[in-house]
Write a protein that binds this ligand. Structure first.
Ligand SMILES: Nc1ncnc2c1ncn2[C@@H]1O[C@H](COP(=O)(O)OP(=O)(O)OP(=O)(O)O)[C@@H](O)[C@H]1O
Ligand SMILES: [Mg+2]
Length: 405
């Protein structure tokens, strides 16, 4: 089987999926704009062939180049796990006559307004919303939706250019910050806890799912540097308190006719218990979340996804033994990291529950915490008991400090 993989080496966890495809028996044809020598080894060593294109953004040119390049073989699947490449992958499927999601089926996963239109038509509770293309439309939409509102790009990621707006005066102060966008989504602000519902599906059936809780909300984590954001993969996903989220997840996947692969949905639970849809992507969650899933259940979802794509089945054993949390750390100060404090104390106190430590090494430049949630490094911890898992995650947040400057 030939699987054409768009962006097989980026973002950082994608090479593990590329490798898993090859291990599942596929001949993987990689297409991206990175030089072949820059591909991480897990991707480079597992590709049957690689086509470097000048830019993945130039869809027409990529389609032409790929059609010519892949002509000698019959491509069976086109896969892409990188958000900006989803529509390109769909177009390539259509052009090459490959089964899988079409452009029309992919659009509701990429355009946050179309997404909510399709889902509310199917009876899913979505935030009240409007597509806006001018300051005037923003004012009108905010008036009819009612403050507080959220303004965000139609196809945003990583909470970039996303603002909570309390009132008309704040709206006026926010509008200039959005002037570089040609259109945006304006939404009712949903007050409540924020969770994910992530799946691997095979032929329209959910083969694996997980529920994670964001601590705190991604928007708060992205606007406050001092926060050590946590993503907590919950052990007891079948608990009654998540019934609404699970049911919404199933309803959303049915409404969007999703068939095979990873999905990543975000949802809210209001204090009165009402669940509200957030957004959905047809790819795995980023920021090492798949590793967190694997640690929570002693499983291998890189392999599970690849098996679903290549063989149309999912045979990974999933044993939900732990709550697993990833905690991202941000250094104090600018420039190079020069000191780490608290690591020994944490390892002594919680060592057996800390399964991974990956910090930017002393001497290296800090990462841009606004651009990558990975920030200056992260811990993954796990514990069968949720309260203990959270206690350990919080200890990593408060007791570990990196210093730069
Ligand atoms: N209607 C809303 N009500 C309350 N909070 C919201 C709403 N829309 C977005 N947010 C907040 O902003 C964050 C980012 O919004 P959203 O998830 O739509 O964009 P994104 O940039 O694709 O996110 P990411 O890539 O980080 O998942 C959400 O995780 C949530 O914390
Ligand atoms: Mg989001």
């Amino acid at each position: 089987m030939y699987v054409l993989m768009i962006s097989p080496g980026y973002p950082p966890e994608i090479p593990y999926f590329t490798r898993a495809l090859a291990w599942a028996g596929a001949r993987v044809l990689g297409v991206s704009d990175q030089p072949e020598s820059a591909l991480p080894p897990e991707a480079r060593h597992n590709l049957a062939a690689y086509l470097r294109v000048p830019s993945l953004q130039d869809e027409d040119a990529v389609v032409e180049a790929v059609k010519h390049w892949a002509a000698p073989v019959r491509v069976d699947k086109v896969e892409c796990l990188w958000e900006p490449g989803m529509l390109l992958a769909a177009r390539l499927r259509e052009e090459l006559g490959v089964e899988g999601m079409t452009v029309e089926e992919t659009l509701p996963f990429r355009d946050k307004d179309v997404m909510k239109q399709v889902l509310s038509a199917a009876g899913v509770r979505t935030p009240r919303h409007a597509r806006v293309t001018s300051a005037e439309e923003c004012r009108d939409a905010a008036q009819s939706i009612g403050f507080p509102v959220i303004i965000k790009p139609i196809d945003g990621a990583g909470s970039a250019d996303t603002y909570r707006v309390e009132d008309a005066a704040q709206l006026e102060a926010t509008l200039p910050k959005l002037s570089h966008l040609t259109e945006a989504n304006l939404e009712e602000f949903i007050e409540g806890e924020e969770f994910t519902f992530d799946t691997v599906c095979v032929n329209g059936e959910i083969a694996y799912y997980s529920i994670t809780k964001y601590r705190p909300h991604p928007l708060i984590a992205r606007t406050n540097e001092w926060v050590s954001p946590q993503i907590v993969m919950l052990r007891h996903v079948d608990a009654e308190e998540f019934a609404g989220g699970r049911e919404m997840g199933r309803q959303v996947l049915r409404a969007l006719n999703f068939q095979t692969g990873f999905t990543h949905m975000e949802w809210f639970r209001k204090p009165d218990g009402e669940v509200v849809f957030g957004e959905i992507a047809c790819r795995p969650p980023g920021a090492r979340s798949v590793d967190v899933m694997n640690y929570a259940s002693d499983t291998d979802l890189f392999a599970g996804w690849a098996e679903a794509v290549v063989k149309g089945q999912f045979t990974q054993k999933v044993e939900r033994r732990y709550n697993a949390a990833i905690i991202f750390k941000r250094a104090l100060g600018r420039g190079r990291i020069h000191r780490v404090e608290g690591l020994e104390h944490l390892l002594t106190r919680y060592g057996e529950h800390i399964v991974l430590v990956d910090l930017v090494p002393p001497g290296s430049e800090r990462r841009n915490w606004r651009q990558t949630l990975l920030s200056d490094g992260y811990f993954i911890v796990r514990h069968p008991d949720l309260a203990r898992a959270l206690e350990i995650a919080d200890a990593v947040g408060t007791d570990l400090q990196l210093y730069a400057g």
